[in-house]
Design a protein around this ligand. Structure first.
Ligand code: FAD
Ligand code: UDP
Length: 368
């Protein structure tokens, strides 16, 4: 099989690159995925009750990038949706990110915004150099709120103490002194009206893109020739783990279909308590806006050793990744990209932006 371009992985990283290159240069592309579907972790489907479910956990689109939003708008119409999350702390459902209502409801206070600022000043600890996921929170709100909302949740989610995780992990979650209870504040916050899988179908419908599913790269490596390879799988796997394995945290999803219209008060409820094994429950109808007499929910149980979902941001892992990057530099006919190829805890929009850049570079290269 002779192709100009082979792309491994049909998630956002691989699919955006395939679409851009198919439409900008006249090249023959093979897009493969070892799974039975396109869309990568953003894949969604209608379950037996007809509810739109995200197979790999809740995917909420948000971005500040007009370029990314306009690009994806070519493949879908959108539904405005601002994500809200509640945390189940000591039996109370409280807004997270922590805000004025969170603190007042948790402690039974009636603080104003100014008083909350003073409260945080008294609670927070001085940490001269903020390095870890623990430091980020304790330096803003102090130890009690950290322990109640972040400590155990992070241990469950990542399988390592927050003190050993990079600060960027919990820095994703802001702390607010007002009553804004939105999870994200990005300029664009929308869900694809007909779901992500429909978006991917549109993106990839091009006569120059051949798609092979249920196909791992190693299975066909010897049968194919190409001018360039875009690899969006785990970078360490490509190099046969020659320097050792990069850790990826995984999840087990328990999907449940319920004979009731509504299960919980928000799209996602987090469970930071250490005695509960799962981290969060998602009820999709809040997120997709679907009207249906039944509902579907998903429990997430973090684990090791299954599908690689989360690169684990830490100094040791960054060092190991940099060794693989050096190997990658020696093979300029392969581009590593996406969440697994770059070993970065990227959101969907960041992966789309990265692939748009990779595609621009390759277009220039192919046209020479
Ligand atoms: P993936 O989607 O992982 O796609 C990679 C594909 O490559 C996979 O389909 C895999 O099967 C395939 N592959 C790997 N190796 C091989 C191989 N050797 N041969 C063949 N195929 C291979 N982002 C947001 O913006 N908002 C959210 O709300 C959000 N929620 C998330 C919730 C969860 C539980 C998870 C895990 C992630 C979430 N993300 C979210 C992040 C989002 O999933 C990623 O940013 C995005 O899907 C990454 O796209 P990708 O193409 O890089 O990787
Ligand atoms: N986090 C937490 N408690 C929460 C929400 C988040 O401890 O209620 C921490 C946890 O370490 C998590 C990180 O903040 O992994 C980032 O949260 P986010 O919701 O962005 O995680 P994702 O949706 O990527 O799983």
């Amino acid at each position: 099989m002779k192709y100009d371009l082979v792309i491994v992985g049909a998630g956002f990283a691989g699919s955006v690159a395939a679409e851009r290159l198919a439409n900008t240069i006249d090249c023959k592309i093979l897009l493969i995925d070892q799974r039975s579907h396109i869309g990568g972790n953003a894949f969604d489907y209608y379950d037996a009750n007809g509810i739109l479910v995200h197979k790999y956990g809740p995917h909420i689109f948000h971005t500040n990038s007009t370029e990314v939003f306009q690009y994806l708008s070519k493949f879908t119409k959108w539904r405005f949706y601002e994500h809200k999350v509640l945390a189940n702390v000591e039996g109370k459902l409280l807004p997270i990110p922590i805000n004025l209502n969170t603190v007042n409801s948790l402690y039974g206070f009636h603080l104003s915004e100014e008083e909350l600022k003073e409260f945080f000043v008294k609670q927070k600890e001085f940490i001269p150099c903020i390095r870890s996921a623990e430091d980020v929170i304790i330096s803003q709100v102090g130890r009690d709120l950290y322990l109640k909302f972040f400590h155990h949740y992070t241990i469950k989610q990542w399988g390592v103490p927050p003190s050993e995780l990079d600060k960027s992990v919990t820095a994703r979650i802001p702390v607010r002194t007002n009553v804004d209870d939105r999870y994200f504040t990005d300029k664009y916050q929308f869900m694809p009206v007909n779901g992500y899988s429909e978006l991917f179908k549109k993106m990839l419908s091009h006569s120059n893109i051949d798609i092979r599913l249920n196909t791992a790269y190693k299975d066909i490596e010897k049968e194919i020739t190409f001018k360039h390879l875009i690899y969006t799988g785990p970078i360490d796997e490509y190099f046969d783990f020659c320097y050792g394995k990069l850790p990826y945290r995984s999840l087990q999803f328990e999907h449940r279909m319920l004979d009731q219209a509504c299960f919980q008060q928000a799209g996602v409820i987090n469970f930071p308590a250490p005695n509960i094994d799962f981290t969060r429950i998602t009820e999709y109808k809040h997120i997709t806006g679907q009207q249906h007499p039944k509902t579907s929910i998903t429990y997430e149980y973090p684990c090791w050793g299954k599908d690689p979902y989360y690169p684990v941001p830490s100094a040791a892992n960054a060092l190991l990744y940099s060794k693989y990057c050096k190997l990658a530099e020696e093979i300029p006919y392969v581009s590593f990209t996406g969440r697994l190829g770059s070993y970065r805890y990227y959101n969907m929009d960041q992966v789309v932006a990265q692939s748009l850049t990779v595609a621009k570079k390759l277009t220039a290269q192919f046209l020479v």
